[in-house]
Design a protein around this ligand. Structure first.
Ligand code: 3PG
Length: 211
């Protein structure tokens, strides 16, 4: 069973966890370096592309300062392949009963996804007290998180989905928010153009959100 303190330790390293969709494996290492140099050492590589597992493996070996996790984990096999590739933590958008069982059996930190109070309660009963709240903006945003703090005081969240530099401070001001996730730090056009200078500047701006 993963230890919640490990998840907290990872997610507390930076206010923003970049959520990455990497199509070209060769961009993975320079991208991770740009994000780390900009002050964001924890990144999530979504398992939505053919390059994702190779990208995770390359970052894990070549960018030791970076804590690379696998996102969009929706099946047992995703978790197994991600761990084999060197992922340091796993993230899911939601958590069905089969995936929850998988998560209780693995040893690396996990961030199970939820979008309702009932889902958060089920995951908490299973021992998960640090959860991804997804899709955050579509499901009530910062107001939802503020409202659940009283009935669910032991649960901490990493909201993701629709968050950007403009609304991130509203989330980061909440005591039950550890950090936020978002793709805005790495615009696809900047990545395709290999504009790592712009990506590093966006990372710096995000890292400074909680100075
Ligand atoms: C995702 O899985 O796509 C993430 O939650 C990122 O959402 P965003 O693109 O709205 O930041």
């Amino acid at each position: 069973m993963p230890d919640a303190t490990d998840s907290l330790a990872i997610l507390s390293r930076a206010p923003v966890i970049p959520v990455l969709t990497i199509h070209d494996f060769e961009l993975a290492v320079p991208l991770a370096r740009a994000l780390c140099d900009g002050g964001l050492p924890v990144i999530e590589v979504t398992l939505r592309t053919r390059a994702a597992l190779a990208a995770i493996a390359a970052i894990a070996v070549e960018v030791p300062d970076c804590i690379v996790g696998a996102g969009t984990v929706v099946r047992h096999v995703d978790a197994a392949f991600a761990i084999d590739s060197g992922a340091k933590f796993l993230v899911s958008p939601g958590t069905d009963t089969v995936l929850a069982e998988t998560f209780t059996e693995i040893e690396i930190p996990v961030l199970p996804g939820c979008s309702t109070v009932s889902e958060a309660m089920v995951l908490s009963d299973l021992g998960f007290e640090v959860l991804k709240f997804f899709p955050a903006e579509a499901c009530g945003g910062a107001a939802w998180l503020k409202a659940v703090a009283a009935p669910l005081p032991h649960i901490r969240f990493c909201p993701t989905g629709g968050i950007h530099v403009g609304n991130a401070p509203d989330y980061l001001a909440l005591p039950n928010v550890v950090s936020v996730g978002g793709s805005w730090v790495v615009p696809q056009d900047a990545l395709a153009a290999k504009d790592f200078k712009r990506i590093k500047a966006l990372a710096r701006e995000a890292a400074d959100l909680r100075a």
